[in-house]
Design a protein around this ligand. Structure first.
Ligand code: 13P
Length: 247
């Protein structure tokens, strides 16, 4: 692994370059957990930190993060803004309760809810139209990578999932085989994929890496060119770990 020194995170002026750290709590948390969590969280960060708890806890987390100037995101939204869609949540509702971001097309939604790139495209359109910044997830399976199709697969996901817009977007590269497995892509694999994603995005879009990001690998991943931040699952549920990643 070609490691870059930590000072790659410094800007030319010597200041710290701001990164985006997104905490995807998935289907985890409770009121008691959230109370304890925020007692242990370091209050301030030079980085943009976005919390994406499950829907029932969005407002609770919102009240905790206001004083820290952190941001709120949801883990999904519907393609429509209102109507007879039992169990669904709209982008308008998310804006109404203070969300700024929404994760869309996560591989767990693609896998367990049969979400196609076409659905992700429509959800992204609605999110953008409503004023949310979508965090659009793409990533290859292990089979795609082993058969050397990873770049083509992700390129197709980008083409099919991302609507034409002048709104700056966030794209999250999450190799499916690295999610919750303890396996991470090598630094050169991350750089290669982010390079490809960058050439298919608008200049102002941000590209995050996700997949078993921990305190052990966050700083070197964040030091890579074209890595604007990280999307963190398991480690974001541990305040001590999240503090270290943010720092
Ligand atoms: P882990 O960090 O637990 O691998 O999860 C990654 C992820 O899916 C974030 O969206």
């Amino acid at each position: 692994m070609n490691q870059l020194p930590m000072n790659q995170l410094e800007t030319a002026s010597g200041g710290k370059m701001s990164k985006i750290i997104v905490a995807n709590w998935k289907m985890n948390g409770s009121n008691a957990f959230i109370n304890t969590f925020f007692q242990k969280l370091t209050p301030k960060s030079p980085h943009k930190v976005v919390f994406c708890p499950p829907y029932p806890y969005l407002s609770v987390v919102s009240s905790h993060i206001k004083e820290y100037h952190y941001y709120l995101g949801a883990q999904d939204c519907h393609t429509n803004n209102a109507g007879a869609f039992t169990g669904d949540i709209s982008a308008e509702m998310l804006i109404d309760i203070g969300c700024q971001y929404v994760i869309l097309g996560h591989s767990e939604r693609r896998q367990h809810h049969q979400e196609t790139s076409d659905i992700v495209f429509k959800k992204s359109q609605m999110a953008i139209h409503t004023g949310l910044t979508p965090i659009i997830c793409v990533g290859e399976t292990l089979n795609d990578r082993n058969t050397k199709n990873h770049l083509d697969v992700v390129k197709q996901q980008l083409i099919q999932s991302i609507p034409q817009t002048t709104t700056p977007l966030i794209i999250a590269y999450e190799p499916v085989w690295a999610i919750g497995t303890g396996l991470t892509a090598t630094l050169s694999d991350i750089v290669e994929m982010h390079q490809m994603i960058t050439t298919h995005c608008q200049h102002k879009d941000k590209v995050l890496y996700g997949g078993s990001v921990t305190t052990d690998n966050a700083s070197e991943i964040l030091s890579q060119p074209n890595v604007d931040g990280v999307l963190v699952g398991g480690a974001s549920l541990k305040p001590e770990m999240l503090n270290t990643i943010i720092e």
